[in-house]
Design a protein around this ligand. Structure first.
Ligand code: AMP
Length: 117
């Protein structure tokens, strides 16, 4: 079901709309968030259109592992390795998810607050 879901992120993958892409490989794509919440705010997505984390399945284990390791790599590319960064996955309405294509937020360049809003 989630395989057929299309979103604005699907359009970015297919280059139907522009994004400021910072990393890409055969499985994932990373681009700058259009409404940045920190000096560095990058969105990292699998090219496979999993709607949200709750819809990932055991077959996606390698992809999810690759996503997390790529988040680390993208954070390093963005210069965040020394001071650190925050990784966020919003899942569903209470999680604040607005785009239903699984994505990781990579946020850095300022001190983060806790608890999150
Ligand atoms: P979430 O609220 O977790 O679903 O996050 C969706 C994120 O996608 C938000 O931070 C938006 O600012 C971001 N976003 C939406 N449309 C675009 C776009 N066209 N290019 C880059 N980021 C986008």
């Amino acid at each position: 079901m989630s395989e057929t879901t299309d979103t604005i992120f699907g359009k970015i993958i297919r280059r139907e709309i522009k994004a400021d892409i910072v990393y890409e490989d055969e499985l994932v794509l990373a681009f700058k968030d259009i409404n940045a919440q920190a000096p560095v705010h990058i969105i990292l997505i699998p090219k496979k259109p999993i709607a949200r984390l709750a819809e990932a399945e055991s077959d996606d284990a390698n992809l999810l592992g690759h996503l997390l390791l790529t988040a680390k790599h993208v954070a390093e590319i963005a210069g965040l390795q020394t001071n650190g960064y925050r990784i966020v996955i919003n899942n569903g309405p209470d999680g604040g998810q607005t785009v239903y294509h699984l994505h990781i937020h990579i946020l850095g360049g300022r001190q983060m607050a806790w608890p999150p809003g």
